[in-house]
Design a protein around this ligand. Structure first.
Ligand SMILES: Nc1nc2c(ncn2[C@@H]2O[C@H](COP(=O)(O)OP(=O)(O)OP(=O)(O)O)[C@@H](O)[C@H]2O)c(=O)[nH]1
Ligand SMILES: [Mg+2]
Length: 380
């Protein structure tokens, strides 16, 4: 073997080892932190470790509520915690290291009886059963998980102030479909629709509501303004949230916190007193998990200005649009993007009025929005 060839082989070998070891190190770390062994967990709990739910994540501390039994926690009486020292570096470099809704295994700190903080450390995290995430608006290609372990997603939009964006609702629906979380749409500020909207806008809303209902989604037309948070929660909301961990999402100012307050959470949520058009300011600043009077839990989030889905292939994205599922794999081309290709079953279904043009456009917007930055597809 020539010297040159040997050097090259050695180089490749060492590179491979280096790459392999650095990867396995990261994975090893993750493996150590994510506890998926039930027996090991049982042993830890006998040794003084305890289970808790992440209630809020702030810069310095994570707020936790101990959870001895599933969904049995008091989110008002929270513990201040930090992640175990050996994982601090990972926490700093990974945005989603700990998110609201995570189930974690903790150890009480030495100082827990004193006034010193933190009161406990997070030693492990249980695997996430579900999660809702988007592309991080700060760093492209990074995922931002809004919350985990949800059983329900409530998507709130207001008819007006700010005006409803059907495309944003579709984005959330796609995520819910992929995560197999039941989505519910609440269209709020019905009073404004009745008093201020034009006839054509009222008709548009009526049609869109019917479209979502026909697709099998629950749509609730609602107003919080005439309801008082001092009284019992309205039955429709009470029944909807009971027994669930619900993530409530939507644009800023649509009324998420106003709806949350009607359900009597342990902590009253801040609501903008006078509706002023607030640019760059959210009333809710942190995502937090709250216990409701009826036994369910709600995760109120600050309004979202951009909700870009993490990259999805056309086939995955189509699957998130329930009405497109019957037409999958019926196009002439296997890699059909359902944009303007010949013999596309989905485009045909749109012209036959079996799929709404608006939803198809929504699909295209998501497809080209999420994939344009990859430089793979461009909008013709
Ligand atoms: N007209 C009308 N106004 C409402 C209704 N529900 C809420 N509002 C008002 O809308 C504004 C925003 O409500 P919030 O509950 O703070 O909205 P949010 O979605 O939590 O907003 P962020 O926390 O910024 O994301 C407040 O001034 C509410 O009083 C409603 O049904 N009708
Ligand atoms: Mg709010």
């Amino acid at each position: 073997m020539s010297r040159k060839k040997k050097d090259f082989d050695d180089y490749v070998k060492s590179e491979k080892i280096r790459k392999k070891s650095s990867k396995s190190f990261a994975e090893q770390d993750k493996k150590e932190f994510v506890m998926d062994d039930k027996k090991e967990l049982k042993d830890l709990l006998k040794e003084g470790y305890f289970l808790a739910r992440v209630v809020e994540v702030q810069k310095k501390y994570v707020f936790l509520a101990p959870e001895e039994k599933e969904l049995d926690m008091d989110t008002r009486d929270v513990w201040l915690s930090t992640v175990a020292k050996k994982f601090l570096q990972n926490q700093r470099s990974e945005r989603n290291f700990i998110v609201v809704g995570d189930k974690v295994v903790c150890l009480s700190s030495k100082h827990s009886d004193s006034e010193e903080f933190p009161q406990c450390t997070i030693e492990y995290r249980l695997p996430r059963e579900t999660q809702i995430s988007r592309v991080d608006p700060l760093v492209v290609n990074r995922e931002h998980i809004l919350a985990s372990n949800l059983t329900q997603l409530v998507i709130v939009a207001s008819y007006l102030s700010p005006p409803v964006r059907w495309g944003l609702i579709d984005r959330f629906l796609v995520q819910a479909e992929h995560e197999q979380i039941t989505p519910i749409i609440i269209l709020n500020k019905k009073d404004l629709l009745e008093d201020e909207a034009s006839e054509s806008f009222k008709k548009e809303c009526e049609e869109e509501e019917k479209l979502y209902t026909d697709l099998g989604y629950q749509v609730i037309s609602f107003e919080t303004l005439s309801l008082s948070s001092k009284k019992k929660p309205p039955k429709i909301l009470h029944d909807l949230f009971k027994g669930h961990i619900t993530l409530i999402v939507g644009h800023s100012g649509v009324g998420k916190s106003s709806i949350t307050n009607l359900l009597k959470p342990e902590i009253e949520q801040d609501v903008e007193e006078l509706e002023i058009f607030k640019k760059g300011r959210h009333t809710t600043t942190y995502t937090s998990l709250l216990k409701l009077e009826n036994g369910g839990f709600i995760i109120d989030t600050p309004g979202i200005r951009s909700f870009t889905l993490t990259e999805l292939e056309p086939i995955q994205l189509c699957w998130g649009f329930v009405e497109m599922r019957p037409y999958l794999n019926q196009c002439r081309y296997r890699a059909c993007k359902h944009s303007n290709e010949p013999d596309c079953a989905i485009i045909q279904a749109v012209s036959d009025k079996k799929i709404s043009e608006r939803r198809h456009q929504s699909y295209l917007n998501i497809l080209f929005n999420t994939q344009r930055r990859e430089g793979r597809y461009t909008l013709e």
